[in-house]
Design a protein around this ligand. Sequence first.
Ligand SMILES: [Zn+2]
Length: 309
Amino acid sequence: MKKQFFKLLLMPMILVCLALCPVANAANKIKVVTALPDLASITQAIGGDKVEVFSIGKGYQDPHFIPPKPSFIVKLKNAQMLVRVGLGLDIWLDSLIRSSGNPKIYFGAPGYVDASIGIPVLEFPNRKIDRSLGDIHALGNPHYWLDPVNAKYISADIVAGLKRVDPADGAYFDQRRMMFLKELANKLTGWIHQAAPLKGVRVISYHDSWPYFERRFGLKVVGFIEPKPGIPPTPKHTQYLIQLVRQENVKLIMMEPYYLSSTPKMIAAATGAKVIVVPPSVGGVPGANDYFSLFDTILNRLLTNLPKK
Ligand SMILES: [Zn+2]
C-alpha cells in the first residue's frame, strides 16, 4: 500500500520536472545581447548550450542606424552580457543601455564586451575627429567582421567576457573557441581558393562596408555611391561615379540590402555595370544564416555575377 502511494506521488513529480526542466535549463543560460547578428553567431558558436543570444540589429538593417524599440530595453535589462561592435558603429546602443538600468552591462562592467578590442583597424583617421562632416566612420572603419581572420580577435573578446560572467565554464568556452577557429581556418582556405577570380576586379559599393573583405579576398573597391559614409548620394557625385565606372572598367556595383536601389540602377543603366545585392551581415539575405554561410553567400553572389572573360 505504502509502495503504491509513493508510486502515485512520484509520477506527477516526474511529469512536473519534465515540464519544468527545459525552463530551468533556459533560466540557467547566460543571457547575451549583441548589437549585430554576426556577433550573435560567433557568441552562439562559442557559448554553445551555456548561452541564450539575442541580436538587436538584424542583417537587413543598416547597422549604423538601428531604430530603438521598448523590447530591446527589456532584453538589455535581463542581460548578463552585451557584445557590441564598437568603433562608433553602434552608438545607437548607448541610450538603450542607459535606459536598461542594468549595471551588469555598463561600460567597464564584467558583462560589457567591445568586440573591436585588438582589431587592427583600417582607415584609422589621421586627422582630428570631426562629425560635422557627417562621417560615421570617425574612429576608423568599423566593418571589421567582414574579414574572417578578425574573428580571432572578436572571439577572444567574447570568451574573455563569458569567462568574467561564468568563470566555472572557462575551459568549455576555450575549447569551443578553438573548435570554431579551426573550422573557420578550414573554411578560409576554401574561400581564398574560390575567390581567386576576384583578384583585381574593380567594383563600386554603396557604403564603405568592404575594406576588410577587400583586403582579404582581393577585390578592388574604387568608389562609393555615398559621397561620404552616411551621406546620401547627390546628383553631382553620381555623375562623377558614372565617369569613374567607365574609366576604371567597373563591372559590378555592390549594394547592401538596406539601401535604395535608384542611384545604383541609374549608374548601371548609364554604364552597363551590374547591380548586385551583397549582405554585409548574417541574415541580410536568405542563405546567410550564420558567420560561415555569410561568406559563402557573399562570395557566391560576387562570383556568379562576374562578367565572363
Ligand atoms: Zn559603415
